[in-house]
Design a protein around this ligand. Structure first.
Ligand code: ZN
Length: 318
């Protein structure tokens, strides 16, 4: 553990120095800008840790910011390793937006940087440990974290994070504070509509229980009165034991479960084999930890697809 902490710190210092020198040189030859917190076209440089944070930065920052995502599109964020260049980008960002407890390497880079403007999503919406919640089996997907990190899957919690992104953008770039306020209000409004559509859409479903391969939907379940059963919360790709399978089968039968959900960034094999054993259907429930086709899909379109798939699986009547 000590070795892992020490090595990047040394690396980061030398890279940061090199990059500072480079930016200084560029500033002299180009437009004369002095701050690396701004890109060459004068936009605020925002570094986001993974898709849900990137989406907030883009929606609220709009044309006034240049957003970089540390997690490439379509990549599982959990085990992210940062390159020296990415560590330097955190160090130099005009604003960093991350979710403490999801990606240890990002947490470490933020701690070691002296970035002035930082949003930690968990400060706006404190984490809950769903491991101990009654009715949620399988634990959370991230046992090393202090709590379940998947707050963005509850639109109300995500809206709280959006507000803190808006407030911090206004501090980091006060010249555009009015734009950030307007964009925050619009986004929070869209999230409220989404929340309302989930409330309405999940009213009167036949079953409240769903089975998923990844225990990512604890906050969503809490917010809408559903019950998540995770096949194997710790490692979405590990084979469940026969005893665990029997438990799931029993719970599925008792709760009228029709569908085993799997996610988009992990192989559906496990969910498919469990579904086959239990003679159930499979469908996608996307934890939106990354987006495969960002030109086509975004947070809202995927959440609406999740709602439609949940309604089908849970037997919505209206
Ligand atoms: Zn996850």
């Amino acid at each position: 553990m000590m070795l892992r902490l020490q090595r990047p710190r040394r690396l980061q210092t030398s890279i940061a120095l090199t990059a500072t020198a480079l930016v200084g040189a560029l500033a002299l030859t180009a437009c004369g800008g002095t701050s690396s917190a701004k890109s060459s076209d004068g936009k605020l440089n925002v570094v986001a840790s993974f898709y849900p944070m990137e989406f907030l930065a883009e929606q609220i920052g709009g044309d006034n910011v240049h957003v970089t995502d540390l997690t490439a599109a379509g990549v599982e964020p959990h085990d992210l390793e940062l390159t020296a260049r990415q560590v330097a980008s955190v160090q130099q960002a005009g604003l960093v937006i991350y979710l403490k407890g999801l990606q240890p390497t990002v947490d470490q880079a933020v701690t070691q940087s002296d970035a002035k403007y930082v949003v930690d999503a968990t400060a706006a919406s404190p984490l809950v440990d769903h491991h101990l919640d009654e009715g949620t089996t399988g634990g959370t997907a991230h046992p090393s974290a202090t709590g379940d990190p998947h707050i963005w899957l509850d639109p109300a919690r995500y809206a709280a994070v959006a507000k803190s992104v808006g407030a911090e953008l206004a501090k980091a770039d006060p010249a555009h504070a009015a734009d950030y306020q307007k964009n925050t209000d619009a986004l929070v409004g869209r999230l409220a509509t989404l929340d309302q559509d989930f409330q309405t859409g999940l009213k009167g479903v036949k079953s409240k229980t769903f089975v998923t391969s990844h225990a990512a939907f604890g906050y969503l379940s809490d917010h809408y009165g559903l019950n998540q059963i995770a096949i194997n919360g710790v490692d979405p790709e590990a084979e469940p034991t026969p005893a665990r399978l029997a438990e799931i089968q029993k719970a599925a039968k008792e709760n009228g479960v029709t569908t085993i959900f799997f996610e988009t960034l992990v192989s559906p094999k496990l969910a498919e084999s469990v579904a086959q054993d239990l003679k159930l259907k499979t469908a996608v429930l996307d934890p939106i930890e990354g987006v495969k086709a960002p030109a086509k899909d975004d947070y809202f379109s995927i959440m609406r697809q999740n709602l439609a798939n949940l309604r089908t699986a849970l037997g919505a009547t209206s």
